[in-house]
Design a protein around this ligand. Sequence first.
Ligand code: CA
Ligand code: CA
Length: 566
Amino acid sequence: MVAAAQAKGVTDADILNDAQTPGDVVSAGLGPWAQRYSPLAQVNTGTVKNLVPVWAFSFGSEKQRGQEATPLIHDGKIFVTASYSRLFALDARTGKKLWKYEHRLPDGIMPCCDVVNRGAALYDHLVIFGTLDAQLLALDRDTGKVVWKEKLADYQAGYSYTAAPLIVKGMVVTGVSGGEFGVAGRVDARDAKTGRLIWTRPVCEGHMGYLNGKENGLTGTVNATWPGDLWKTCGAATWNNFTYDPQTNLIYAGTGNPAPWNSWARPGDNLYSAATVAIDADTGKIAWHYQSTPHDGWDFDGVNEFVPFDFKKDGKRIKAGAKADRNGFFYVNDRVTGKLIKAFPFVSKITWAKGIDESSGRPLYVPENRPGNPAQSADGKKGQVVYSCPSFLGGKNQQPMAYSPDTGLFYVPANEWCMDIWNEPVAYKKGAAYLGAGFTIKPLYEDYIGALRAIDPASGEIVWEYRNPAPLWGGVLVTGGGLVFAGTPEGYLKAFDAKTGKELWAFQTGSGVVAPPVTWEMDGEQYLAVVSGWGGAVPLWGGEVAKRVAYLEQGGMLWVFKLKRE
Ligand SMILES: [Ca+2]
Ligand SMILES: [Ca+2]
């Protein structure tokens, strides 16, 4: 019986039900909605003080840098990705290494924002993950041997892959990274068992989609919102984790900045950059889009995860989804139609727009706070510098938020920072940075940058906040025990009361935590796991903020916790 149970592969039903089955974590968002909520309550506001480490595992080697992965747990095993395109399988009870896959990366990979990976996907007997040279690999979960391998894109043109793939109806759904190199963003769906491409949907107007090898309609209309040939190197990289809603059969993908950053080069809305794009899982066609930053001029990638939830408004229950956007606004949209329901700021200072017009869904721009046109400068080389908030690292970046159906609150790992930004002329060159901008990121406040905020989506109110000196970059977990777990670059994994924000527990992991925690139940006990290892975009792009946190040490460890027996 035990052998038969262990031989069972992960099914579509397992993934759809992941949020309701606390004995495993078989998808990176703890379910296709990615609410990162677990009903487990053994570790709760009363018992969390007894939470202690059970074991820790080092990723080893001289390869450290940012560790952003969500661990997956199934059948007594943990599958966790690490920096430099590595994947480890560990015994969940002891931390013993079962196998390691270390991808051989070519020279010349071009990850913009550190050599990170945000996690794997499980399907059948496979562990599937993407690499920094833009390949997708399916490994045998028992041996770590490669079962199939597919090239997602040309790494020499600036493509890479850093997100956790999403499993939908037997398909593995992926995007691409590389928005700073003029790639063209798209969403692909492959047969998860074989890697065969089923459909591909570009997210820039003018590009052709395909379904089973046949043309499946252009995305948008050529030159409707992009001038000349710029749509061909449009950016709009789909580089963060996606979500899926079985009720609407829609995959929600966030898209990054239009390329280049210099917005004067590309008048128009530049569809479908800086947006949420909802794609029908069966047809590979765009059902709706909502563009949070039309004609982006600040690198406000709209890649933040769109989290489906049931929104209660005026006594009605609306099929909604929420997103804490890099541009500083929190959006609630109808997830069936994409129509904007509400938008409000979740950071303290926003300079680029006065607000969001809730009837049209469009931002109310402050034109003088758009970086100036270099063509109008004296020498034609540097447009007017503007001081802009938030910075391009965003009100929220890759670090995922969580939603608790118990409290009805979103828990958003936000940051308070601004930037000086200016535009410069730039031309596309394959494999070269394609920005046309210069910048310096600056802290907004002396005493904190990070702010974990409990946000009421109905009122827009910040119910509580925890302020952290360094920027928060790790993501959030919320539980039925009334706890919010989040890590800090200073090395702590912390637990807060989900209702009040009171800090109830903290543990020092030895390096910065820039990854989201997970929890599961095993042998009747509740476990937690989190990866520790400082890095990501902040030390590389963070300007004055990077200097402020330059004392932080790199690392690479997986920590596992449970309650000590009294
Ligand atoms: Ca589960
Ligand atoms: Ca970007």
